[in-house]
Every structure is written in structure tokens, then in C-alpha cells.
Write a protein that binds this ligand. Sequence first.
Ligand code: SF4
Length: 408
Amino acid sequence: MEHLTSELPWPGWGLDFAELRRGGWRPLAFEEFIVKIHGRCNLACDYCYIYEMADQSWRSKPKAMSRDVFTDACRMIADHAARQALPAVNLVFHGGEPLLVGPLDLDYFARTATEIIAPIATVRLGMQTNGVLIDEDVLRVCARWNVRIGVSLDGGESEHDRHRLDHAGRGSHAKIVAGLQRLRAPEHRRLFSGLLCTIDLANDPLRTYEALTRHRPPAVDFLLPHGNWTTPPPGRTPGSSATPYADWLIEIFDRWYRAPELETRVRLFDNIIDLLLGRTVASETLGLEPIRLAVIETDGSLEQVDELKSAFEGAAGLPVRGDGNPLDEAMWEPAIAARQIGAAALSDTCRACTFQTVCGGGHYVHRYREDTGFRNPSVYCPDLTALITHIEGRLRADIGAALGTAAQ
Ligand code: SF4
């Protein structure tokens, strides 16, 4: 279903933006930029939110970002950083598959970003890739400009190749493992930022975890498959009290938490522990910290977080207003405000929830319902409740035991 601007579900309606501004609310500047340097992919993963879900805007966008568009994007970021006095920004090369640009353009993009932005703010470069095209040329470029590389991998061959096939229907696992081996070589290992694994309930959790840790990643992130109340994720019946995703993750948590030595960081678990202990965590999926991220498409247009494309056609779009710096203007958009106002953006159910500050309503895109927009609990609410409860129980037991020991 395509929404007209005037018909956008919350926050398009229901968010009293004027009242927010009258109350003194001011947005925070963007500090993370997902730059889509290539708009197509050499894989055809069946769960991909860009190509396989509600929004199909990729079809009308350029296949790849031109050098001129990239240069303009860097000037826009540098100008935004200067006006907003940002000390540092993160720029992540993304796609589609970013490595389809080839090492020469990658080198140009990394050099241009460094030359234009670094005089204004520290620029940290990163890339999220499917890993198929990681070769020595790419690694030399990444080493030259200190581009840290995250790789998407869903487990061992049988787990990964269930979904992550190429356009001819062939599995991609073997090629990715070859790329990972190059990345993990001693001279490049510092560039390896971690693995990103999308959960499939059909895969055994411990087998999946062990297959991932075999690559010695500094960090692993587990992603809940994108879905919402209108288009539920696989294995989740909206409203059901079953907790299949929590059950899957708890098996891994217990193995990870009890390991005699830390095998890897698991961002989801680290974040829940930090939030339970009252620390601040900047995360798309948990907590109430403001989201300060913008996406720059292959044509140079600005968008909100990409995963919104799983909700409805046009969900990630941002209107173009005025002729100033588009980032300075986008900060004031209600859709951006809704990601920066913490508990005020939550549903009544979440605001009454014990885990509000830890869960924060879950990932914004998982809250969507066609009739009520984004002001709902996460479609994963029972899983989030069960997982956080489990981790809290482990922490309480350990802290209690430690305090008991200390008192003796
Ligand atoms: S999604 Fe569920 S667990 Fe999370 S804050 Fe809302 S009610 Fe609580």
C-alpha cells in the first residue's frame, strides 16, 4: 500500500511537532551516514528488506553512486559537521553490495571522504558487505584509508545458504569464507569489525553460533528478521505469547555468558546488559537514546534508516524543503524527531512496561501497523520481554553471589 504524504501513519499524524518545538525540544545533528555507493547486489537473499519487501524504490534509483554525487554528499556532511560543531562522524559504505563499485572507485570514495570531511571532523570509515568480493585489492584500499569491514554471515554452509544465494541460485557461503580468510590474515585483521547474522529459526542456534565464532570475529550481531504487525516476521504470530526468537537467542546467551573465556562480543547481549546496568547505549534496536543516522541514496537523496523499507512503499523517504543544507533541514522533520524523543514516541503499552528503558519498544520498524503507524509495541514484544527477563535473572544471580562472597 502506498501512502500519500498527508496520510502517513504516526508520526505523520499524531505527533504534535509544533508543541514539541514550543516546549523547547531541539533535534540532535546527524553523526552517522550510511552511504549507498552501489544500489544493486550480487546476491539475491530472499529476506532482503531492500529488494524483497514493501518498498521497491531501488528500481528507479541509479545502479551506482557517481563520483560527483559522492563528492557532493561529502561536502554536505562536512558542512553539516561544521555548522553543528560535530567532533566526529561515521561514514559507512553500504549498498546493495558496496564492493560492486570495484577497488578503484572505493579508493576514490574513501580518499574523497577523508580529504573533504577530516579537516572539519574526525571521520571513521566503515563498510557493510556480503563478503563475496573481498580480495587483496579491496583490502589494500581499506587498509590505506582505515575502512573497517563488517560481513554478513548467517552461520555455516547449511544455515547461510538457506537464504543467501546468488542470482543463479547458488550458495554464497564458500566465497564469503574465502573473503573472510583474506580479511582475517594478520596484516588485515585490524580492519575486521564483525559478523552480522540474521536469525532463522530453522537453524540450530548453537550450531550457528559456533559456525560464526570459528571465524574469530571481534563482534557478532544477531538481527531479528524484519517484519511488523501487518507483515509478521517468519515464525511470529502477532499477539501470540510464544517466544521462539527469545528461546533461540537464550541458548546462545547461556553458552556465551558461561564460556570460560570471552569468545566474541555479542552486541545484542552486551547492549541489554549495559542497559540493565543503567548505562547509555546508542542502538537502533534497544533503549531510548536518540537515533542520529541518515542514509544517502545512490542519487544523493536523503532517507531515514533503510530498514523502514520493510514497512511500506516510501516509508524511508524524507521530503526536500528549502535550499539550505539538506541535513540541517532534515533534522527538523517529524519522522526524524520521532526517533529522537525517547519515551515520548512509545505506545502506551511500552510506556507502562517495566523494561521500557532497556527495550525502548524494540526496533522502530518492528512496531509498524498499517492502521496505527509506528506507535505500537514491537511485534517481537514477547520475545524481547523473555530475553531481557532471562538476562536480568542471570545478572541478578551473579551480582547477588558476588556481593554475598564479598560480604563474607
Ligand atoms: S516492546 Fe514490549 S518489552 Fe519492549 S518496551 Fe514495549 S511492551 Fe516493553
